[in-house]
Design a protein around this ligand. Structure first.
Ligand SMILES: [Cu+2]
Length: 145
């Protein structure tokens, strides 16, 4: 069991482009880090596309599995990344996977160590300064009495 502090992220696959032909999904994946607990959302015009979770071999050969492992195709298909490892998704419409509608991501286990935020560092400094200020006033008060 690992304790996850950060909240889960929801990724709309392809960003504003969504799930369609003509999007370079490798480029979209490059700058993102996927963690267990995050969610993928495939957005597309219902009926125009679909989403299948596939194996690495099926991904390479663009083979559409006979079962739909993602449930219904609504055009707003949400997938929770439940386990770490490499995940492959393709569009099952004929020719679309070969046309580029294929997504490969690596899901990492757990959250990265949270870096101390600038705000909390500032707060620590401010607190230290106030303690110092308080001591000066306390000393001044003693002298004045
Ligand atoms: Cu498609």
């Amino acid at each position: 069991m690992s304790l996850t502090i950060s909240s889960a992220t929801e990724y709309v696959v392809g960003g504003d482009d969504g799930w369609k032909l003509g999007v370079k999904y490798d480029d979209w994946v490059k700058d993102r880090q996927f963690l267990v607990g995050d969610t993928l959302v495939f957005k597309y015009k219902s009926g125009a596309h679909n989403v299948y979770k596939v194996t690495g071999d099926e991904f390479k050969s663009c083979t559409v599995p006979s079962n739909n492992s993602l449930g219904s195709f609504t055009g707003n298909d949400t997938i929770k990344l439940a386990t770490a490892g490499t995940k492959w998704y393709i569009c099952g419409i004929s020719g679309h996977c070969n046309g580029g509608m294929k997504l490969k991501i690596t899901v990492l286990d757990g959250a990265p160590a949270p870096a101390p935020s600038a705000a909390s560092t500032l707060f620590a400094k401010a607190t230290g300064f106030h303690v110092l200020l308080g001591m000066i006033f306390a000393i001044a008060a003693v002298i004045m009495v």
